[in-house]
Every structure is written in C-alpha cells, then in structure tokens.
Design a protein around this ligand. Structure first.
Ligand SMILES: *Cc1c(COP(=O)(O)O)cnc(C)c1O
Length: 399
C-alpha cells in the first residue's frame, strides 16, 4: 500500500493562550489604536517594538500594517521617488517588486544562483544601475552577506533587507535584517509569527526611523514610542514627511508578543522538520537539495529543491503524483502565475532584460511549506512520498 499524507499544508498552530488573553484585555479596554493609551500605560504596540528591537539588537523598531507596507516605508525613508531604479531579486514574491512599484520605483532584477540566493556576480555587474538594493532573503536563503555588503559598500548602494522568511535567522552572529540600513519583516499568517497581517521595520538610523514613524501616521505622537529615536530627530522631519497611515494596532501586537518570546523554540521545531525532509530527499536521483552556507543559521519554515533540466511536463507529472498522495508541492518555475508569483517575468509592469541562466534555475525550483502542525514523523513520510514519485518520473525520463 502506498502511504498517503493527510495533513494540511496551510494549517498553522493556534495563537498561544497568553496571546489570546492579552488580546481579550485589549478588546475589553476598548483602546485598540496604538496611541490610545491610559495614563501610565505604554500599550502593546510600543512594547512589541521595544521587545523586537531588543531581540535583534537594533536601536529602533516600528510596527506597521504589513510586510509590504514595511518595505514601501523603508524605500520612502531612504528617499526613493518616482522613476528611481531599485535593484532587487529576480526570484522573490510579488510584494517585493510591488513595494518598489508602489513608490513609483523601477525594479532592476538581479539573477538567482543555484543556492537560490541573489547572484552576486550579477549584482556586481549591475551595481552602477541603482543606489538602493531591496534584498529579499527569499524562502529563507541568505547569500554570502559579507560579499554582498562589500559589493554594496564599494558601489555606495544602500541596502534594505526583506526578512519575511528570515525572522529569527542569522548570518554569523548577526540577525538577518541588521546588515542593511533597514530590515523589514512580515507577521502575516504564513510567516514566522502570526497576527493575520502585520509588519515590523528595524533600523539604527535616527533619521530613517524618524521618517518611517512619521510616514506610518504618528499624528505627532512620536514621543509615545519606546523604540524610536529621540524627539530631536523629528525636529524638521515632522514638517516635511507625509502621513501614509499604516500603523499596527494593540490587538495584533498583543497576539504577537508571546509568539516573539517563543520564537527560538519555534525556530528549532521548524528546523527539526526541515532536516527530516532534507535527510529523506538526499541522493534522490534527478533531485538536487539546496545547499546552505556554513555561516547561515536558517529557519526551515519551507523547503525547496531543484529538478534541474526537467521538462515542464515531467515536473507537473511529479507534482501531480505527489498531490495524489497528499503532498502539496508548488512549482515556482511555472510560466503562468498560480496563486502566487515568484519569478521576475510574471511582473509585466516591471519589464526586465532576459536572464537565461536565471530562467534555467527558476524552471527547476519546487517549493513546499512546512507548517508546525506537521510532526517530524509526518515530515519523514512526506520525504518518502516525494522521493518515490520523483524517482518514478525520473526513471521514465531516462528511457
Ligand atoms: C510575505 C512576503 C512579504 C510581505 O509580506 P506581507 O505581510 O504579506 O505584505 C515580503 N516578501 C516576501 C518574500 C514575502 O513572502
């Protein structure tokens, strides 16, 4: 009998009890707006910002409405205006070029390498084309950050990091989001903490964070921030910065604080599951496991592998056979965007030169979510199913 997996690839864990209770207290208080606080009260949002800044070692943090809003705010804070070019990954998700487009910026796509990170040779070649890089740590894969920062520093490129898939991840001793001038995180249901929607922005820069706080809609109440720059930083900025409302409310912050406190435990649980799948897939004929850099501490909330040189028909066949046994894979390389888009040529509002080497890699990328509702044993079974079905299709290809 063939094994069939019956778990759901989109089912997350419940919100921890402490988060539910904190959310109930906010609801009972009626004070949901972040600046609506009682005498002597800081409010959940300011406390979340303070705790997140402390956890990644940044001076400042701002909680906002979404990860996409955090990225657009970072771009505005560094001064991107209509028509400005912004370097970014050819392999990422739609909110990334979308954030650039939302401020009128023009994405310049940089290729992807076989380890699914930004192609640093291509970045070097394109370094004279823009002053800002929106670096997406897509699917939690971090490039050689030492080399990336050397390239960007030499070319005077300001780096903003999209850490939607790297909350809790590190390069060496430094948390993801701390190499660039600003780091952007998402608290959306499918990321590493879950408030439905939400985002976080971190920085050490007084001026950039003062701008971001004004942009988010602080109604001159910036002194109520516990993780914001001193009020002197706002002296001019408060007159010159438009309000583009995108604040986080107390309810979401209340849900997030206990999750943040648990993040290290959750990261370990994700990685136990990731390793179970990775171990089960190693040495599968026709399948390439993605390499990780030794300086990278990742969060395995999803896993990718490559079916290199496979035809679209063969990839779809393998995916359909896995689906029939309950294993939901996504082909990121598919030409038509389905339910998600992750390749540069899907975004026709942002035309790009062709990148044949990148296209070749994109065509082979298969992705799978690893929700924490799966057990380690589930993950081992999932790997057995993928291994069997990929091998079966590969054998027919070889004939
Ligand atoms: C989810 C995601 C974002 C943005 O998150 P939202 O909170 O949904 O706006 C940014 N980048 C990547 C790579 C993502 O997957």
């Amino acid at each position: 009998m063939n094994e069939v997996f019956t778990g759901s690839f989109t089912q997350q864990e419940p919100i921890p009890d402490a988060g539910i209770q904190a959310a109930m207290r906010v609801l009972q208080s009626g004070r949901l707006h972040r600046y609506n606080v009682a005498e002597g009260e800081h409010g959940e949002t300011a406390l979340l910002e303070q705790e997140f800044a402390a956890s990644v070692g940044s001076k400042y943090c701002l909680a906002v409405a979404s990860g996409g809003y955090a990225m657009a705010t970072a771009l505005r804070s560094v001064g991107i205006k209509a028509g400005d070019k912004v370097l970014t990954n050819a392999f990422t998700l739609a909110p990334v070029p979308g954030a650039i487009a939302s401020v009128g910026g023009v994405p310049i796509f940089v290729g992807v390498s076989r380890d699914l990170t930004i192609d640093l040779d291509d970045l070097e070649a394109k370094a004279d084309q823009a002053d800002v890089l929106m670096l997406s740590h897509m699917r939690g894969h971090m490039c050689d950050m030492d080399r990336l920062m050397a390239i960007c520093n030499a070319a005077n490129i300001t780096v903003i990091e999209d850490c939607a898939h790297t909350m809790g991840a590190k390069w060496g001793d430094m948390y993801s989001g701390r190499h660039g001038v600003m780091g952007c995180y998402s608290c959306q249901t499918y990321k590493h903490v879950n408030s439905g929607e939400g985002g976080l922005l971190v920085s050490d820069d007084d001026e950039l964070m003062a701008r971001a706080i004004m942009l988010s809609g602080s109604y001159m109440l910036f002194e109520r921030h516990l993780a914001g720059p001193p009020k002197e930083a706002f002296a001019q900025i408060k007159y010159e910065t438009p309000n583009i409302s995108g604040r986080m409310d107390h309810l979401r912050a209340a849900i997030l604080r206990p999750q943040l406190a648990d993040l290290d435990t959750q990261v370990q649980r994700w990685n136990d599951r990731y390793v179970a799948v990775e171990d089960g897939l190693k040495d599968t004929p026709g399948l390439t496991v993605v390499q990780r850099h030794e300086k990278e501490t990742y969060v395995g909330s999803s896993i990718q592998f490559l079916l290199e040189g496979w035809s679209g028909v063969a990839v779809n066949d393998a995916i359909a056979r896995c689906a029939a046994r309950g294993v939901e894979l996504k082909w990121f390389g598919g030409a038509e965007p389905v339910a998600f888009t992750s390749r540069y040529d899907s975004w026709r509002y942002a035309p790009s030169e062709a990148m044949p080497a990148t296209d070749e890699i994109l065509r082979g990328i298969v992705d799978m979510r690893l929700p924490l509702t799966f057990s380690v044993a589930d993950c081992a079974m999932i790997a057995r199913i993928i291994r069997a079905e990929v091998s079966a299709v590969y054998q027919t290809m070889a004939m």
